[in-house]
Write a protein that binds this ligand. Structure first.
Ligand SMILES: [Zn+2]
Length: 247
């Protein structure tokens, strides 16, 4: 991805950060500085950084689930709207796509559960305690991430679960078409809501809408390729060559 830089390498996966990501701590840091001074700004920046560490763990969840099925993840990129784990190929079976999609949000459930359990063990969060407030907020935002990711806006996680479930009954390309159109419908709702409440949602909408179209185009191209391959096999002239290289 353009404008992204490698900041670490974990288990063979490049962890990259997109330059626009830096706008996020800058924006929240400056706005909280105006409201509560340097201490408030530092706490706000720390919260954003720890939250994005949770987003990174979410993406690593997808990547490690992919590895179970022999799918490599060359890199994970952190953007202001979240993380993207780029896998080298699509899962070959719907149940694999389902497991990979669920693995990300499952990580956030584990994080929130661990925080809540540790706070409960010490008798619950103490009112006015900064660290307790920080941790409670982090657990709540992690659950927020799970809920948001479960929205069936393909290619977000919930949408991938939807496509996987549809693909168990329908042809892969038909399942992708249905999931992509639902995803694009929800993206339009995100954009409309974003104009009134949160401009970040408009960015998510653009990301979802174009992502759904790319996945749909890919599924259609794959189906045409497979059809051509099948036709050539029937005609005895079997040649294994990608469709774009054929006359
Ligand atoms: Zn995810």
């Amino acid at each position: 991805m353009k404008w992204s830089y490698r900041i670490a390498r974990i288990s063979g996966i490049d962890i990259r950060i997109h330059l626009t990501f830096l706008l996020l701590p800058l924006f929240f840091g400056l706005s909280d500085w105006q409201k509560g001074g340097a201490a408030a700004a530092a706490e706000s920046v720390a919260f954003i950084l720890v939250l994005f560490f949770c987003v990174l763990l979410h993406e690593l969840g997808h990547a490690l689930a992919g590895r179970v099925f022999g799918i490599r993840t060359p890199d994970i990129t952190l953007l202001p709207i979240g993380g993207v784990a780029r896998m080298e190929r699509i899962p070959s079976h719907p149940i694999q796509e389902l497991a990979i999609a669920v693995a990300g949000p499952a990580v956030n459930v584990v994080i929130a559960g661990t925080i809540w359990a540790s706070l409960a063990l010490k008798g619950g969060p103490v009112a006015g305690n900064h660290l307790d407030g920080f941790l409670s907020g982090l657990a709540t935002v992690n659950i927020g991430l799970v809920v948001f990711n479960c929205i069936p806006a393909f290619p977000m996680d919930g949408g991938r679960v939807l496509r996987a479930l549809l693909a168990m009954k329908l042809r892969y390309v038909t399942a992708t078409k249905v999931a992509a159109r639902i995803g694009q419908g929800i993206a339009i709702l995100f954009a409309a809501a974003g104009f009134f409440w949160n401009p970040m949602l408009v960015l998510v909408a653009v990301f979802v809408f174009s992502g759904a179209q790319q996945e749909l185009d890919f599924a259609v191209a794959m189906e045409r390729f497979m059809e051509r391959l099948a036709a050539e096999q029937d005609g005895g002239g079997f040649v294994l060559e990608p469709p774009e290289r054929r006359p």
